[in-house]
Structures are given as structure tokens and as C-alpha cells.
Design a protein around this ligand. Structure first.
Ligand code: PLP
Length: 398
């Protein structure tokens, strides 16, 4: 008998499972709209020019790879802080933000979750219904009971905002609320700035702890616009968490570059919080890897490279929007009767298509078009070559 005889097989990750199925599919027309990754119009994962320029400069002046500080590269952390809270903003200049480099946005969420478990061990966590599937798993594994707040209204094809507010109003003080700062995954529906004002007011009135997940900054309306929600929480005088991911915005998925920022009451409190975040990191993986963080810090810290990044990110955003319109037009041209214009009201990488599980399974098995069973499709993987085929395939299953 082995030590592991009683170990059960864990369920397969739904998205990575789709990828495996896609890889094994021999259909020459197959299209992968499952995973949340941006591909260019040639169906290629982009290597941004700003990243190449920063890497070239690093190669021209090679440096040894010592251990980084536990909380990461100093210039990186300060660039993240400025990006999240605004260059020269009060939270930054007062020193009341504790920021650490993290292993992707996931790492930022996990460091925050582990720290919160020490600070508020009995708090419940609320995630949106539906949410990025790892939110539930991650906070559950950190020891929390995870429940949902109302979010998507399938019949309305939009946000059930009344329901969302009601869920938040019913939450006990201290409840941790995970909010998608922009480009909601999986639905593609964000709340309006005015609705954010109401959410902020309820978070404040109820004494909830906001945890903003910022995984798609720049993919919605622009870097500033997508980050504007942070200012609302600052203006309300709240203490809150922000996880940052550069996986998508720098197309640096595999480098695992992200961060966690915690807005504290003052500088002294931030230094205590930072010391605890460092313990979480130290006892998990000791300190972060060097390369991705160095690239992002170099780009954000150099005016020319930063301008190039903003241009390249803008091009990704514009291309996704164009694909949304092409999808709506293409579905109509392919004979889909129902009004699909809601796709252009959605924002970010994803579209909740409204297709049923059966329709998604048919799309996959009969046409090699891969999306999740929930009807989520990654619009950022559509391009001028595959769009007609995708539209014709959808038309055949609806
Ligand atoms: N949060 C959301 C909402 C996401 O969609 C993702 C990635 O898909 C992440 C966090 C994690 O990002 P990363 O790959 O940087 O860990």
C-alpha cells in the first residue's frame, strides 16, 4: 500500500482541458476561443516591440541573477504603484500603499488571500456570479468560505445591478468582496462609472473589504479609464486590495508578472502590512523571479518604451473591438436571425455569447470551434482569417 493509495484524482481544469482537446483535434479549420489569450491577426501570440527593446537593452548589458528582495524589484513595485494609483497621487506620495511583486495576477490574489486569512480569519468571501473560475478555488484554498454576489442577468444580457447591490447590502461587515476592476471575466459586461459610485458607497456603508482584480487594464476603454475605479475607492477613504497582472497587457503570460497593492491608513501601517506580505511570500517561494519584472519595470520607467507600450496595447484593444463588430456583422450575414449586437456592448477579451452548453459542445465536436461550456468565447482570438468560419459554424448550431 502506497502513501498515496487514497489520493483522489482531482477534476481537470476546464480551460486547460479544452486546450488539450483542441491540440488533439485534427480539424484543419479548428479555432481555439477557449483560453483567455490575445492573438494577433495572424493568430500569433504577440511579442511586443516594447518588450523586445527592453530585452535587447538588457542583453547588451547582461547582468547576473542574484536573489531579488522578498517584495521584488524596487523600481517595479514603484511602477506598479504609480500605474494603479496614479503618478504623484496622494496614496503614492504619502507612502501608504504596500506593493509587492507577485507571480502573475494569480500570485497577487493568493498573497492577498493568505494575508487576509490572518487579518480576518472568519470573514466570508464574495465573488461575482459568475466569475473567473480560479477566484473561488483560490480563496477556498486560502481557507475562506466563498459565496457569490449577483452579477450576470442572462435574460437581460447584462448586469443584474439591483441584485448585485442587494447582495452587497446583505453582506456582513468585514466580508471580502472580489470585484473585477474592468473587463469582467467571463461575461464581458462591466458596470458603469455611476454604478461603481453606488458599489463604493455600499462597500463603505457596510464595512466590506474590497479586493479589486485588475487583470485587463488597458483592454477596456484605455489604461487611465480602466484604472479610474481605483480613484473612486481612494476618494471614499477606504482601505482595499488591488491585484495587478501584466500577463495580457504586456503579452508576457509565461513570465508570470503581477503584483499586489494594499492601500493602508498611513505610511506606518503600510510598513507593517508590507512586513506581513513579505512573510507570506518568504514562506511560499521566498522571492520572485527576475526577468519579467525587470522587463516591465524597464518599459514603464522609460518614457519612449512606455509610449510604445501604450500604443501597442491600444492596438490590441482596437483590434478586439473591431472583431466584436465583425462577429456581429458576420453572424447576421451567416443567417443568424437573433440580434447579436450585445456582443459590441461587452468589453475586454471575452464574450458571453448566450449559447447553451449543447450548442458549445456541437461547435467543438462538429466544427472544431472551442469555447467554454458556459458560452464564453475569447474575442481576442478571432482574426480576419478565422472569423467567417466561426460565424458560419455558430450559425449552424443556433
Ligand atoms: N484574474 C482574472 C479575472 C483573470 O482573468 C486572470 C487570467 O486569466 C487572472 C486574474 C490571472 O492572471 P495571471 O495569468 O497574471 O495570473
Amino acid at each position: 500500500m502506497s502513501l498515496f493509495t487514497a489520493v483522489e484524482m482531482a477534476p481537470r481544469d476546464p480551460i486547460l482541458g479544452l486546450n488539450e482537446q483542441y491540440a488533439a483535434d485534427t480539424n484543419p479549420n479548428k479555432v481555439n476561443l477557449g483560453v483567455g489569450v490575445y492573438f494577433d491577426d495572424n493568430g500569433k501570440l504577440p511579442l511586443l516591440q516594447c518588450v523586445q527593446a527592453a530585452e535587447k537593452a538588457m542583453m547588451d548589458k547582461p547582468s547576473a541573477r542574484g536573489y531579488l528582495p522578498i517584495d521584488g524589484i524596487v523600481a517595479y513595485d514603484s511602477a506598479v504603484k504609480s500605474l494603479v494609483f496614479g503618478e504623484g497621487s496622494e496614496p503614492v506620495t504619502s507612502g501608504r500603499v504596500a506593493t509587492v511583486q507577485a507571480i502573475g495576477g494569480t500570485g497577487g490574489l493568493k498573497i492577498g488571500a493568505d494575508f487576509l486569512k490572518k487579518v480576518s480569519p472568519d470573514a466570508k468571501v464574495l465573488i461575482s456570479d459568475p466569475s473567473w473560475e480560479n477566484h473561488r478555488a483560490l480563496f477556498t484554498n486560502a481557507g475562506f468560505v466563498v459565496d457569490t454576489y449577483a452579477y450576470y442577468d442572462a435574460a437581460k444580457r447584462g448586469v443584474n445591478f439591483e441584485g448585485m447591490l442587494a447582495s452587497l447590502k446583505a453582506a456582513a461587515p468585514g466580508t471580502i468582496v472580489v470585484l473585477h476592476a474592468c473587463c469582467h471575466n467571463p461575461t464581458g459586461y462591466d458596470i458603469t462609472p455611476e454604478q461603481w459610485d453606488q458599489v463604493v458607497a455600499v462597500v463603505k456603508a457596510q464595512g466590506l473589504t474590497a479586493f479589486l482584480d485588475m487583470a485587463y487594464q488597458g483592454f477596456g476603454h484605455g489604461i487611465q479609464e480602466d484604472g479610474a475605479v481605483i480613484q473612486k475607492f481612494v476618494a471614499a477613504g477606504l482601505n482595499f486590495f488591488v491585484s495587478t497582472s501584466f500577463s495580457k497587457s504586456f503579452s508576457l503570460y509565461g513570465e508570470r508578472v503581477g503584483g499586489l497593492s494594499v492601500l493602508c491608513a498611513d505610511k506606518e501601517e503600510a510598513s507593517r502590512v508590507l512586513s506581513q506580505l513579505k512573510i507570506v511570500i518568504r514562506t511560499n517561494y521566498s522571492n520572485p523571479p527576475t526577468h519579467g519584472g525587470a522587463v516591465v519595470a524597464a518599459v514603464l520607467g522609460n518614457p519612449e518604451l512606455r509610449a510604445l507600450w501604450e500604443k501597442e496595447l491600444g492596438e490590441m484593444r482596437v483590434r478586439i473591438k473591431a472583431m466584436r463588430q465583425k462577429l456581429v456583422d458576420g453572424l447576421k450575414a451567416a443567417g443568424v436571425q437573433q440580434d447579436m449586437s450585445f456582443i459590441t456592448q461587452q468589453i475586454g477579451m471575452f464574450s458571453y455569447s448566450g449559447l447553451s452548453k449543447d450548442q458549445m459542445v456541437r461547435l467543438r465536436t462538429e466544427f472544431g470551434v472551442y469555447g467554454t461550456d458556459t458560452g464564453r468565447m475569447c474575442v481576442a482570438a478571432l482574426n480576419s482569417k478565422n472569423i467567417d468560419y466561426v460565424c458560419q459554424s455558430i450559425a449552424k448550431v443556433v
